[in-house]
Design a protein around this ligand. Structure first.
Ligand SMILES: Cc1cc2nc3c(=O)[nH]c(=O)nc-3n(C[C@H](O)[C@H](O)[C@H](O)COP(=O)(O)OP(=O)(O)OC[C@H]3O[C@@H](n4cnc5c(N)ncnc54)[C@H](O)[C@@H]3O)c2cc1C
Length: 386
């Protein structure tokens, strides 16, 4: 039996086209940034913005969207190769953010013609930023227990409650959110999906500072916020099913295994460049580098499995959970190793310590490791629910 993980002729040509684009349009932007040094955060933000514009001009900003809505309508294989190359060459992927990745496809699938007209082209042009209002202080893994209340009043819903961990809410123009419209129905059946203009009176955003010292997410408070009924996606009380479509788009994002391998390659390069008294001779570091290297290969194979299922028209389920759990936990082990290599220098604010602190969230965001294990136990191993 021959197993061929290589590209077909057509795929190789597509990979070459993507690589060429990154060489000419992407690398010069980000090379400039590394010359500016590690603290050039604003340089990086500027480069990301310009990179996004270049990807949009190429017509690749919404790889999976149908052409009739301005997307590139790429096949699963083409998307995978593009993400793989972006990660491999060290330029940001998914530059369209929540708009392109999550709410756009949801509007395409469940929205009215009017909603499509209003939102899709603005998302493609990057004119609006979106945030995701799902989690609440008492509803994360068990999202269906959310309590933010929306009560119908004429042509509006009146929303009261609180969301938390809302990434980018302080910069967002719009939020897609889940609210409770029927508190007496079984919990999955009393939820509605709304689009909210963040400038509506009664919306208050309060940034949260993470342990890495960054303000990436927020608390968002709603006090008598009036949301027009025409901003509802799908039917009232059927929002859970619309909301899980959005989550499927989040979970099917591909390419993270390559990113994990890239950060490991950076560490290996650093170990080699360290000189005579360097880490390359430290037995603990040597062994750890080898272990992580093998694990990075395993992560790559797990992601290939997910993609090959998608290519065969199947929907990955516990396989996607295995991939997410393994890659995110590996990311933490690599961040740990990086701290060992830095030794005492890991105590100051630098690339290693920032990466270490940021890696903590990778096993929480998009479904915690325990939740993924629950899925693997029941749907993969066939064990009864715990
Ligand atoms: C970087 C980052 C970005 C995020 N961005 C957003 C965003 O933009 N919008 C948004 O809405 N949310 C966002 N979130 C929130 C995220 O979806 C939740 O943090 C996540 O779903 C977990 O929920 P929780 O924090 O309430 O933890 P909980 O669900 O309270 O879990 C606490 C602990 O209990 C464990 N646990 C819970 N249930 C079970 C179970 N059934 N079996 C075994 N163990 C269990 C968990 O694994 C965890 O260890 C973000 C989170 C992070 C880290």
């Amino acid at each position: 039996m021959a197993i061929n993980l290589g590209d077909s002729e057509q795929e190789a040509a597509w990979r070459a086209e993507v690589r060429q684009f990154i060489e000419t349009e992407g690398k010069p932007l980000f090379a400039k940034r590394s010359e500016e040094g590690e603290n050039a955060l604003f340089g990086r933000l500027g480069a990301i913005k310009e990179w996004r514009e270049r990807v949009a001009a190429k017509g690749w900003v919404a790889p999976s969207w149908p052409k009739k809505y301005g997307g590139a309508e790429m096949s699963v294989a083409e998307q995978f190769i593009m993400n793989e190359e972006f990660a491999e060459q060290g330029v940001p992927s998914n530059v369209g953010g929540f708009g392109v990745m999550m709410i756009g496809p949801t509007i395409i699938e469940h929205g009215t013609e009017e909603q499509k007209q209003e939102h899709l082209s603005k998302i493609l042009r990057g004119e609006v930023m979106w945030c995701q209002g799902y989690s609440e202080p008492g509803a994360g893994s068990d999202l269906a227990s959310l309590q933010t209340r929306a009560v119908r009043d004429g042509d509006d819903y009146v929303v009261n409650g609180q969301k938390i961990w809302t990434t980018g809410a302080q910069f967002a123009d719009w939020m897609y959110m889940l609210v409770r419209t029927d508190p007496d129905a079984p919990k999955h059946r009393g939820i509605t999906y709304l689009l909210v203009d963040m400038k509506t009176p009664g919306v208050t955003v309060r940034p949260l500072t993470t342990l890495a010292g960054t303000q990436t997410f927020n608390e968002v408070f709603f006090e008598d916020v009036r949301v027009p009924v025409r901003n509802r996606i799908g039917e009232e009380n059927r929002g859970w099913y619309v909301g899980t479509t959005t989550l499927d788009f989040e979970r099917s994002s591909i390419g993270s295994a390559v990113g994990v391998k890239k950060s490991l390659e950076g560490l290996i390069r650093q170990a080699k460049e360290g000189g005579e008294a360097s880490f390359t001779r430290n037995p603990r570091v040597r062994l750890e580098l080898v272990d992580r290297w093998v694990e990075a290969e395993v992560a790559r194979m797990l992601s290939y499995r997910v993609v090959s299922m998608q290519l065969a028209g199947k929907i990955p389920n516990h396989e996607a959970s295995m991939c997410k759990m393994y890659s995110s936990e590996l990311q933490q082990r690599i961040a740990n190793l990086s701290m060992h290599m830095y030794g005492m220098n890991g105590n100051v604010r630098n690339r290693a310590s920032m990466g270490y602190m940021q890696a903590v969230s990778s096993t929480i965001a998009g479904g915690t490791s325990e939740i993924q294990k629950g899925i693997i136990a029941t749907r993969g191993l066939g064990l009864p629910r715990g």
